[in-house]
Design a protein around this ligand. Structure first.
Ligand SMILES: Cc1cc2nc3c(=O)[nH]c(=O)nc-3n(C[C@H](O)[C@H](O)[C@H](O)COP(=O)(O)O)c2cc1C
Length: 179
């Protein structure tokens, strides 16, 4: 199963990078698979630690895709990195194995520490729609615009029916981009 997370990595100079990533939990490790080239990939090669954040604030997914660089973060306890201030939970991880691939390499990561901050309050269809919308917008250069618009139109239904304020803000920004 792929879980949508916000991965925070840093380079050697401690510059922070925040990016949505689909990660996979295995029994004893977590897999992060960033495309090449990407900042997440080069950071993990430079400094093999990451923080995997699980947040219900979908604005962070859309803001990342729309190019925002600065987010509210705090220093982590066990590794030298940062977590999202508003995250529900976060996992501090260290790369334990690296599988080279010219398109999508794989980093197996050992969990160093896990922190639960707030309870998960259940599924929301508009949150899922924003995440789908963010994925579509991140593929503007590779998918036909007609297909993207059609899928966004369908996702709009869930947003109209179930969104709260965060979801409305995130969705509006994504729609501005598509226009
Ligand atoms: C929900 C979601 C999941 C994503 N998962 C991945 C992923 O697993 N690997 C990846 O390389 N990009 C993924 N992306 C796209 C990246 O977040 C985006 O392209 C980003 O810019 C990665 O490059 P960067 O590390 O240079 O920022 C995802 C985007 C979204 C919205």
């Amino acid at each position: 199963m792929i879980r949508e997370s916000i991965v925070i990595t840093t380079d050697k100079k401690n510059n922070v990078h925040v990016a949505p990533m689909g990660i996979i939990f295995k029994k004893k490790y977590i897999i992060i698979s960033p495309f090449v080239p990407s900042q997440t990939y080069s950071n993990l090669k430079e400094y093999p630690y990451a923080v995997i954040n699980f947040t219900d604030d979908v604005k962070i997914f859309s803001d990342c895709i729309l190019g925002k660089k600065k987010f509210k973060i705090k220093p982590t306890k066990k590794i030298k990195s940062f977590y999202l201030q508003e995250t529900l939970s976060y996992f501090e991880v260290k790369v334990s194995k690296y599988y080279q691939d010219s398109i999508r390499p794989r980093f197996n990561c050992k969990i160093i520490n896990e922190t639960m901050r707030k309870p998960f309050k259940g599924f929301n269809r508009a949150q899922a729609a924003v995440i789908e919308g963010a994925i579509l917008i991140s593929r503007l250069k590779i998918l036909p615009l007609k297909k993207i618009k059609k899928e966004l139109q369908y996702l709009q239904i869930a947003v109209d029916k179930t969104a709260g304020s965060n979801e409305k803000i995130a969705w509006t920004k994504l729609m501005k981009k598509i226009k």
